[in-house]
Write a protein that binds this ligand. Sequence first.
Ligand code: MN
Length: 200
Amino acid sequence: MSLSDYRKKRNFKNTKEPAGKVKPGHEELVFTVQKHDASHLHYDFRLELGGVLLSWAIPKGPSMNPEDKRLAMKVEDHPFDYKDFEGTIPKGNYGAGEVIVWDTGIYLPAGGGTDKSENEKLLKKALKKGDIKIVLLGKKLKGEFALVNMRKDEKSWLLIKKKDEYSSGVDILKKNKSVISGKTIEMLQKSDGRKKTTKK
Ligand code: MN
């Protein structure tokens, strides 16, 4: 999995986003969800695999309701270090706008165990099949989820919560603070001097 598409889109002199190295060497697989107010507000859902972050952009954000099928557009892999990125991507740069770490934690493939390389094998197979079943242990997102390729093209996937003890009809997106800094997108915009009126 290469980061070249990621790097091509960015000028690292102008943005504080990490240029990124492939970084293995820790025990657990990490996921992160970044709320990103670019030209359109969306949530970037990222799963560590093979030292990088597989990435999907979810316009409506994740849901804890098994009846919601949230469109997730597969985008280029991001460097592992991106998982902690929070701040403002300056105007004129790719993805310009504010980013907060909306949720993060570890995750497992469904049926996975404690062996990271075994888990990665299961995930690579699932990715190829276009049917990834995972268990998230985040601060907001918990329990089983499925990411399913829609077949019409490689990029269109759906994120669906599986029914379990954590599924619910409560709108999880109302929890709108960063799990790292406690900041909201709106707070970043204030300190940017950027004003917007329509906001979720
Ligand atoms: Mn984004």
